[in-house]
Design a protein around this ligand. Structure first.
Ligand code: SAM
Length: 190
């Protein structure tokens, strides 16, 4: 049982693109209540449940409290845009490196579409700083955004450091919502 219906979006994306592999280290940004982390724990084998495969690591971060989950480290009440959070992440990740950064983060919606869009883009841009610190070469980033005028800017910044950037709209995401995901693969450090 998943903690949240958003699980189905990640399942769809990962079934298609196979980003989460046993032994991988994953950062889950905006992790509460924890459904994406549940999927990551299973797919990277972070509980070591499958003895035949390497054991990965899952670290989830949220401004809110996240209830404990076997196989995951949670940084509750942490802001992903804060460098202090980045430093803690480096300590929690084996080899101070992540293979995948995923973000389903969303600001509290103000109701003003343009403003919410801008806020989410700004938050997402900070993931590029995080990537520079922790993402290993060849790594990937999945990042939710709301479509709007600045989406192109985010895409360009991602394209400068990832070889392959595409937009993904999972079927599980409501049609009428402007929610989309950037899938950025093959990270290359500049
Ligand atoms: N993927 C999650 C799951 O499957 O359970 C659901 C995530 S929910 C849609 C978005 C989350 O982003 C909220 O819990 C919110 O608190 C968090 N968030 C928003 N801004 C954040 C920030 N600056 N740092 C960390 N988390 C943030």
């Amino acid at each position: 049982n998943y903690r949240c219906r958003s699980a189905f979006k990640l399942l769809e994306i990962d079934d298609k693109y196979k980003l989460l592999k046993p032994g991988f280290n994953v950062i889950d940004c905006g992790a509460a209540p924890g459904a994406w982390s549940q999927i990551a724990v299973h797919r990277v084998n972070s509980t070591g449940a499958n003895g035949e495969f390497p054991r990965g690591t899952v670290v989830g971060i949220d401004l809110l409290r996240i209830a404990p989950l076997d196989g995951a480290h949670f940084l509750s009440n942490h802001d992903i845009t804060d460098p202090v959070t980045h430093a803690k992440l480096l300590e929690l990740l084996p080899g101070a490196q992540a293979h995948v950064i995923m973000s389903d983060m969303a600001p509290n919606a103000s109701g003003f579409k343009e403003m919410d869009h801008e806020k989410l883009i700004t938050m997402s841009l900070s993931l590029i700083d995080l990537a520079e610190k922790v993402l290993q070469t060849g790594g990937s980033l999945i990042c939710k955004y709301w479509d709007g005028a600045l989406a192109h800017q985010l895409q360009q910044k991602l394209s400068a450091v990832f070889r392959d950037v595409r937009t993904v709209k999972p079927k599980a995401s409501r049609k009428e919502s402007s929610e989309l995901f950037f899938l950025a693969r093959s990270y290359r450090k500049n």
